[in-house]
Write a protein that binds this ligand. Structure first.
Ligand code: ITT
Length: 197
């Protein structure tokens, strides 16, 4: 079974490949280098559907797209769908992360709650459309640490760690992240839909 992954983000491709290899090794996930549609939705679901529909139409294959971001409680859920260009620099993840740290510089640890969200759309050409979501709760660190992963990983501390040894996702291995992340959680909801294709 072949399915196209409609993303131009190499980190997402890598994480998906690892998650699929661990759970659905029979599935052949192919990359997408076709036209990039304008992502003008105001929700993760709208943007994920825009990307998956474009890839399904262009390739004739069932298509998956991930729209994701970090949602910070004291910012009312921002950056959210604007996560990729929060500081205006779409390709410069570091500027985005530094702006977010600045914005929270006066906020105490008890109020730094945040969550990563991954919304995945599955579009079958001429057929069904599905949207699933994975949420990874945690809080923002006071400073960046670690250089693993991408985007906001160096400032995100997932919930449920030993309080004496908490680490940011930037300090986690790829295998640890891919077993626990918002993307892995969305994939759990996606798996039965893929099996039904
Ligand atoms: P595509 O649209 O081509 O898939 P993109 O990077 O532009 O790639 P999004 O519009 O979904 O994708 O933006 C997601 C942003 O949210 C991403 O650039 C990061 O800043 C952040 N983000 C999403 N998942 C993340 C993760 O696992 N770790 C760290 N940051 C993440």
């Amino acid at each position: 079974q072949r399915i196209v992954l409609a993303t131009h983000n190499a980190h997402k491709v890598e994480e998906f490949a690892a998650i699929v290899a661990a759970t659905r090794p029979d599935l052949e996930v192919v990359g997408y280098d076709g036209p990039e549609p304008v992502e003008d939705g105001v929700t993760f679901a709208q943007n994920a559907l825009i990307k998956a529909r474009a890839a399904a139409a262009h390739t004739g294959l069932a298509a998956l797209a991930d729209d994701s971001g970090i949602c910070v409680d004291v910012l009312g859920g921002s950056p959210g769908v604007f996560s990729a260009y929060w500081a205006g620099h779409r390709k410069d993840g570091r500027a985005n992360l530094e702006l977010l740290l600045d914005q929270l510089s006066d906020v105490a640890d008890t109020h730094r709650g945040a969550q990563f969200v991954s919304t995945i759309a599955l579009v079958v050409p001429g057929g069904d459309e599905h949207v699933v979501e994975g949420v990874w709760p945690g809080r923002l660190a006071r400073a960046a640490s670690g250089d693993g992963g991408f985007g906001y990983d160096p400032i995100f501390i997932p919930e449920g760690q030993d309080p004496a040894a908490e680490r940011t996702v930037g300090e986690w291995s790829a295998a640890e992240k891919n077993a626990a992340s918002h993307r892995a959680r969305a994939f759990v909801a996606l798996a039965p839909l893929l099996s039904a294709l």
